[in-house]
Design a protein around this ligand. Structure first.
Ligand SMILES: Cc1cc2nc3c(=O)[nH]c(=O)nc-3n(C[C@H](O)[C@H](O)[C@H](O)COP(=O)(O)OP(=O)(O)OC[C@H]3O[C@@H](n4cnc5c(N)ncnc54)[C@H](O)[C@@H]3O)c2cc1C
Length: 492
């Protein structure tokens, strides 16, 4: 590998551009409202469009320009780590170790495994052990023209105690984001599964599904929401009429509502949008319910503060997106969506098969690609002509190119902050820098937290995203090309 063949003498001589990109003047002014993610012009019913020349084509050929903000050491390490994560047995072995008994007790082997992970996988994919260190990582990204989405890395909560603990972490994340240069943090991320017990999310989802089957089914606790289901949504998770919430469950729901409200209000005060992650379909109806009812309370004018997530690998994704958007328009609520393909493909297929139903996931990956691209197109047209926001969260270069071309055609670029592209921290650097160089706002999704807490979350992601990690080949190829260029420049 490249790490073994380049002598330190040459490495020291390697040049890279450490100059910082000029900060966008329109972004450097702190504002209270609208949120810093969004257009800072006075609210109007139509969006001011950029002249088409303000955004350039996506270009991956000029690797020198593409990686001009990445140090040689970082390029070398990224190439090595991405190589390792593309090797399936390595991912299998890592996952096995992290989930083994060995990691449950304090012993020298556990400490060794954690140190090795920290120095490699963790350093590459995580932003730091705490919010303050993550803030510093965002500073580095920001100098390279990218922004950060801060993700407090926690697993699902099983009880109220864990929910309260997690809420403190999310609130602290907003405080840290607020203390960073304006607009360097595009979003704070929340997992509803970390602030509402999983068992309650399952119960709420069952009740909401049953109401979809039988509209006369009364849900006294239900607040105003946008449509959660479409006619295509499978309801097989709930096979018999669920019992109403018990008094204890009602009280737990009140606590969960209070937690989410506190977080939303903190984001409104800090002027930082909150992005709700999507999870399994078994709990997603309840997650959408929390998201939409809070969006109705907090999203005002042109600018969403609460964003939901649509997983376009689901057959009903496009219909649900259109239904929720139209309902939001009718209510005068600016709605924001993050579009992803979806990370739970195997477990969704397995559950549907076990229950004897067709999978909720598109039949082929081509159908998923089409659905993602159609949904992107729908949202781009929507934000070009009215309120709302969209985050296109993908590593797929073709989807990136298509969306960039469409945004270009519609005149949407950096000045129109209603569009954000996003990739996971440590993934798809070429796409991130390519989009940024082409004039778009780009964020990295940055999990942070102590190595023990974040590693299971990252390994789960690695496992779910095996295809993505293996697909990092495009990135590795471009990185290798730039490394060779730097070596040649240093030697000759
Ligand atoms: C910023 C960011 C935030 C994210 N947030 C979430 C989130 O909140 N919830 C969530 O679930 N995921 C989330 N993800 C992960 C995401 O859903 C994808 O797993 C991951 O990004 C890979 O998809 P891709 O768009 O990069 O495209 P690609 O790598 O081109 O496509 C891979 C994806 O295609 C789909 N797919 C693969 N094979 C098939 C098949 N045979 N049939 C049908 N579909 C197939 C799967 O969704 C797979 O992940 C996020 C990703 C990013 C970058």
């Amino acid at each position: 590998m490249a790490t073994r063949v380049i002598p330190p003498r040459i490495l020291r001589k390697l040049r890279y551009n450490t100059a910082t990109k000029p900060f966008q003047p329109s972004l450097s002014t702190p504002t209270l409202s609208p949120p810093c993610y969004l257009d800072q012009k006075p609210p109007s019913t139509t969006t001011t469009l950029l002249p088409p020349t303000a955004v350039a084509d996506l270009n991956f050929h000029d690797v020198e320009k593409l990686f001009s903000y990445v140090s040689t050491t970082k390029l070398l390490r990224s190439t090595a780590v991405l190589h390792a994560t593309a090797i399936e047995p390595m991912v299998d072995f890592g996952t096995w170790i992290m989930r083994s008994e060995l990691m449950q007790t304090n012993n020298p082997l556990r400490n060794l495994a954690l140190s090795a992970t920290r120095a490699t996988f963790y350093d590459h994919f995580c932003a730091g052990e705490d919010a303050t260190t993550a803030g510093q990582s965002i500073g580095v990204l920001n100098e390279a023209g990218l922004r950060g989405m801060l993700v407090y890395g926690v697993e699902d909560a099983m009880d109220n105690e864990a929910c309260d603990r997690n809420l403190k972490g999310f609130l602290h994340t907003v405080d840290v984001s607020r203390s960073l240069p304006p607009s360097s943090v595009s979003f704070v991320i929340v997992k509803i599964t970390a602030i509402c017990p999983m068992s309650l999310l399952e119960r709420l989802s069952d009740l909401l599904r049953w109401q979809k089957k039988d509209p006369s089914f009364d849900l006294p606790w239900k607040q105003d929401s946008l449509p959660i289901f479409s006619e295509l949504t499978p309801l097989y998770h709930t096979r018999k009429r669920p019992e109403p919430l018990t008094l204890e469950e009602e009280s737990d729901l009140e606590l969960a509502n209070k937690r989410f409200l506190e977080l939303c209000q903190k984001c409104v005060q800090a002027n930082i949008p909150l992005l709700v992650d999507a999870e399994h379909t078994s709990v997603q109806p309840a997650i959408d319910y929390f998201t939409y009812s809070s969006a109705i309370l907090h999203n005002k004018g042109e600018n969403p503060i609460v964003f939901g997530t649509i997983q376009t690998y689901l057959k009903d994704a496009k219909e649900r997106l259109i239904l929720a958007s139209k309902a939001a328009d009718k209510m005068g609520i600016p709605m924001g969506f993050k579009l992803v393909r979806g990370a739970y493909m195997s477990s969704e297929r397995k559950l549907a098969a076990e229950l004897g139903y067709a999978s909720p996931i598109h039949k082929t990956i081509k159908d998923t690609h089409k659905c993602f691209n159609d949904c992107s197109s729908f949202m781009l047209e929507k934000i070009a002509n009215g309120p709302g926001g969209v985050v296109l969260a993908t590593h797929n270069v073709e989807s990136g190119k298509l969306a960039a071309a469409k945004a270009h055609e519609l005149g949407i670029g950096k000045v129109n902050h209603k569009l954000e592209f996003a990739q996971l921290y440590g993934m798809s650097e070429a796409l991130s820098f390519g989009l940024s160089n082409a004039g778009f706002q780009v964020s990295k999704y940055m999990p942070f937290g102590p190595v023990e807490t974040v590693m299971p979350y990252l390994l789960r992601r690695a496992e779910e995203n095996r295809g993505v990690l293996a697909a990092s080949g495009f990135d590795r190829q471009l990185m290798r090309k730039e490394l060779v260029r730097r070596v040649k420049a240093a030697v000759f």
